[in-house]
Design a protein around this ligand. Structure first.
Ligand code: SF4
Ligand code: FES
Length: 238
């Protein structure tokens, strides 16, 4: 068991000099300590100016994503001892503009998420207006989309995507997975209208299938699979 590790944290303050630099901190660790707890130790005991974003501390809210030793991970879900290193390198998520230190700007990411209409589209409104009714679904219908519904919008897949890195107009794995999630939901009535904006080559066909998105997802969502399933639907129906 290590007793102390070095945290190498990327610092950036646009209101100061706007230059990126690494700052090192010695952090005492105990068994079961997470990278988020290490960063909070720095903030509370060493440097209160360090900016980080977090909320739930239990891999649910999706707000503590950052690059940890080169990989996009949730800081609250990453045990320091599992990294098996004496140096923990922490940087803001790639493919996102930096606001300050480890805090990144998710506006473009959420705009892309919103662009796929991530909600059920229905012709009827009766069920939605009555609190004592519901859309029924079989187990088979649920299985078609449920893994994609576990997305917590943490942006790790977006940070890992090599296409997003070179082309900011690419919708990215998260939004495309959500496009499939609603397309595959038997309760949704938008049908092929959901495929039309995706089938013009602007997004779907630019995926190289590196599958790095699926490797880093902390919730077991497989966006690379969703993109392949969407491609199949577009080819069959256009
Ligand atoms: S698909 Fe996974 S990695 Fe991507 S935003 Fe959703 S939960 Fe995060
Ligand atoms: S603090 Fe909510 S996911 Fe890490």
């Amino acid at each position: 068991m290590l007793e102390e590790v070095k945290f190498k944290v990327l610092r950036y303050d646009p209101d100061k000099d706007g230059k990126k630099r690494f700052q090192e901190f010695r952090v005492p660790i105990r068994k079961g300590m997470t990278v988020l707890q290490g960063l909070l130790h720095i903030k509370e005991k060493i440097d209160p100016t360090l900016s980080i974003r977090f909320s739930c501390r239990m891999a649910t809210c999706g707000s503590c994503g950052m690059m940890i030793n080169g990989l996009p991970r949730l800081a609250c879900y990453t045990l320091i001892e599992e990294l098996k290193t004496r140096t923990v390198v922490v940087e803001p998520l790639r493919n996102f503009p930096i606001v300050k230190d480890l805090v990144t700007d998710f506006e473009e990411f959420f705009n892309k998420h919103r662009s796929v209409k991530p909600y059920l589209i229905r012709i009827d409104t009766y069920v939605q207006e009555k609190s004592n009714t519901m859309y029924l679904q079989s187990d088979e219908e649920l299985v078609r989309y449920v893994q994609f519904a576990y997305c917590i919008k943490c942006g790790l897949c977006y940070a890992a995507c090599p296409v997003v890195a070179t082309d900011k107009t690419f919708l990215g794995p998260q939004a495309l997975a959500q496009a499939y999630r609603y397309y595959a939901d038997s309760r949704d009535e938008a049908g092929v209208d959901r495929l039309k904006p995706l089938g013009d080559g602007s997004s779907l066909l630019r995926c190289h299938f590196a599958a790095s998105c699926s490797q880093v997802c902390p919730k077991g969502v497989d966006p690379a699979l969703a993109i392949q399933l969407l491609r199949k639907e577009v080819l069959l129906r256009s």
